[in-house]
Design a protein around this ligand. Structure first.
Ligand SMILES: O=c1ccn([C@H]2C[C@H](O)[C@@H](CO)O2)c(=O)[nH]1
Ligand SMILES: [Zn+2]
Length: 294
């Protein structure tokens, strides 16, 4: 089991420990449970869907990187498939606070990057901040998304975000997690570049149409990709590097072990991710970053 989970795992009920041990002891626990795995864990532990999501929160929070706040937030997103995806907040020393990833953004992006096409609910160990409420209002579940917090009755995003401003106010109909392709391709045959291009092709950038994606190669050869996710209110948008860092962190790898990085983005568009991407990578000790214009 990855060392970050041991303390949280030891606090779980005996039945839940027995049910989760085979998953956590895999060579690389991917920080999500398939619907079938979640069903088996429910059977073995006697927990229902909601109780299981709450019980998993300490494990999700154990994935937090919080050198600034030392405030460890965990989230578990349930996809329409029934899969359960972990999320945790991630802070980056040596960068502006704007580079921070909230636990809710992490869980949502995790689900999206693994091909989930919508969310049913999200369970969080603290009340979601305004920025997260706005970030989640970009999802195709709209204000109907169920939010579960400790000690509160389940409520919807609409309850937590009354009078919401969202994509429809800007006449946008393709929502976050909707299937989308922009027809982007590149003749460059480098595999890492191709992965960054594929991520850009599936990015959510209906406001700027500045599509972008990132591919990271870890020192052990593993590759992590990230798609850009824009938000109707602009500031809660999540850059493509952050999406890739989410998958790398959740895999259990140290973010200071990036061997090579590629940012692919559309040429001549209004926005660019390049300076911020390069700066955050430098703060993580990665000097080997490339900019591929499409
Ligand atoms: O809804 C919230 C509120 C805060 N945080 C994180 C962001 C930052 O890392 C830390 C302190 O705000 O907690 C979240 O993950 N979700
Ligand atoms: Zn937040």
């Amino acid at each position: 089991m990855h060392a970050r989970f041991t303390a949280a795992f030891s606090q779980l009920s005996a039945a839940l420990q027995t049910a989760l041990a085979p998953l956590l002891e895999q060579d690389e626990f991917p920080a999500f449970l398939t619907a079938a795995q979640a069903e088996a864990v429910k059977q073995a532990s006697g927990l229902d869907d909601d109780a299981l999501a709450f019980a998993l929160l300490p494990l999700a929070a154990a994935c937090s990187l919080a050198p600034v706040s030392e405030f460890f937030v965990g989230a578990v997103a349930r996809g329409l498939s029934g899969n359960l995806y972990f999320g945790a907040n991630m802070e980056f020393a040596g960068t502006p606070l704007q580079q921070t990833i909230h636990a809710e953004q992490c869980a949502v992006t995790h689900a999206w990057m693994r091909g989930e096409r919508g969310l049913a609910s999200i369970t969080v160990n603290y009340t979601p901040c305004g920025h997260c409420r706005q970030f989640m209002n970009e999802l195709n579940s709209g204000t109907g998304l169920t939010i579960r917090l400790p000690g509160r009755a389940p409520a919807t995003l609409g309850d937590y975000l009354p009078d919401a401003f969202g994509p429809r106010d800007l006449n946008i109909t393709t929502l976050l997690m909707d299937e989308t392709r922009h027809g982007l391709s590149s003749s460059n045959q480098d595999p890492l570049t191709q992965q960054a291009v594929a991520a850009a092709d599936q990015s959510h950038a209906p406001y700027s149409r500045s599509y972008s994606g990132v591919a990271l190669e870890a020192e052990d050869g593993a590759v992590f990709t990230g798609r850009y996710a824009e938000n109707a209110a602009f500031n809660p948008s999540l850059p493509p590097l952050q999406a890739a860092l989410i998958l790398m962190n959740l895999s259990g790898r140290d973010l200071r072990h990036i061997r090579r990085a590629v940012l692919a983005e559309t040429q001549g568009s209004l926005l660019t991710q390049w300076p911020a991407t390069q700066a955050t990578l430098l703060a993580l000790g990665c000097k080997n970053s490339e900019h591929h214009l499409l």
